[in-house]
Design a protein around this ligand. Structure first.
Ligand SMILES: [Mn+2]
Length: 358
């Protein structure tokens, strides 16, 4: 088991590699999607994926659909990471610009499947073992921000369901697509849960053989928040048992889980400790989002790693007993009251995790 840290696209620099190393990380999970278009590199981007537009439904514009990840680009980042004594364990999330019609079963699906295959091959060639992904139409929404963690630390959660609107045309997974492809996306997002599972099955069948060959694992993040429906779109893994459904969907060794303890604990049913036992025993966990919460949807709060419903020490014990070899990262944390709220929150979680691993 290894200690890692997640870095966002605008943090891929010397300062943040050094910060991760100083926190005790040996591995990095990197977000290449520029969720917030670097509009505010000090604030919004670090705040637990909070919406930044006035409607509260969108983080920013999706990337350039023609610029996919290349071996050269990935190797340059990897060399930087390794020069700071760290290893690149995973890329977290695809850009909606590169796979929206895979999620929506839209007209560009076949073309985008080929693009994703090309990116998976590039990731393999660059020696990065895992891609984390979130097969979600609405992405993260329906939450509120408040002083929910110890000492009034700002974090996010749900205080009951917020009435929401159907996903806006052209918005997929919290990002605005190009105008040319916006038309009709709303209709293709207002579908049944079974239809979304069918789209996932189609995607996995197409790309997992390529992932296996490239030596890359595809690890699925559960729904955040794990509600029944969001913005009139279906959710996928919103109960622990649905991770088994994902595993049963395709027997490939590259079909893996991005195991988010917080999201799993928030689910209306099930027990996160039991789920960890179950999926760790199957050796299906690629990496772990190690964060804590109080409550379940629609009433839960993200809190500090040591004050929630999850017994984090017990989780580490379960993973150790199952000989889990992957990486733990803090995911997100409450914002601490100081000039560097994100850094302080991360450093706190990292120290706690490092002690648990020791
Ligand atoms: Mn997570």
């Amino acid at each position: 088991m290894k200690l890692g840290m997640g870095l966002y696209a605008h943090m891929l620099n010397e300062e943040h590699y050094a910060f991760a190393k100083q926190c005790g990380a040996t591995h990095l999970v990197v977000h290449l999607v520029d969720y917030f278009n670097q509009a505010d590199s000090s604030g919004a981007a670090n705040k637990n994926h909070q919406p930044v537009n006035s409607e509260g439904s969108c983080w920013g514009r999706a990337g350039d659909p023609t610029r996919i990840w290349t071996v050269e680009q990935l190797c340059a980042i990897r060399e930087d990471i390794e020069a700071h004594g760290l290893e690149w364990y995973a890329i977290e999330n695809f850009d909606p610009a590169h796979w929206h019609d895979i999620l929506l079963a839209g007209p560009k699906r076949d073309e985008q499947i080929e693009q994703v295959k090309q990116m998976i091959r590039a990731v393999g060639e660059a020696g990065i073992p895992v891609i984390g992904y979130n097969f979600s139409l609405a992405g993260v929404s329906g939450r509120v921000e408040g002083p929910y963690a110890r000492g009034g630390a700002m974090s996010v959660g749900m205080e009951g369901h917020i009435p929401d609107q159907p996903l806006a045309d052209g918005v997929v997974w919290n990002m605005q697509l190009d105008e040319q492809v916006s038309n009709g996306t709303r209709e293709r997002s207002r579908v049944s849960e079974e239809e979304l599972w069918e789209r996932l099955r189609f995607f996995l069948e197409a790309v997992l053989p390529v992932a296996e060959e490239a030596g890359v694992q595809l690890a699925l993040h559960p729904d955040d928040p794990p509600v029944e429906r969001l913005q009139d779109t279906p959710r996928l893994v919103n109960s622990p048992g649905k991770y088994q459904r994902l595993i049963d969907l395709n027997p490939s060794s590259a079909n893996m889980l991005e195991f988010c303890l917080g999201s799993i604990a928030e689910m209306p049913s099930g027990d996160v400790h039991q789920a960890t036992e179950q999926y760790a025993a199957l050796q299906k966990i690629a990496y772990v989002h190690f964060r804590n919460v109080v409550g379940r949807v629609p009433h839960y709060k993200e809190v500090f790693v040591d004050e929630g419903d999850i017994d984090m020490k017990r989780i580490v014990g379960i993973l150790k007993a199952a000989q889990f070899e992957g990486v733990l990262i803090p995911d997100h944390t409450p914002q601490m009251s100081c000039d560097a709220p994100w850094h302080a929150g991360m450093a706190y979680a990292m120290g706690y995790m490092k002690a648990l691993l020791a």
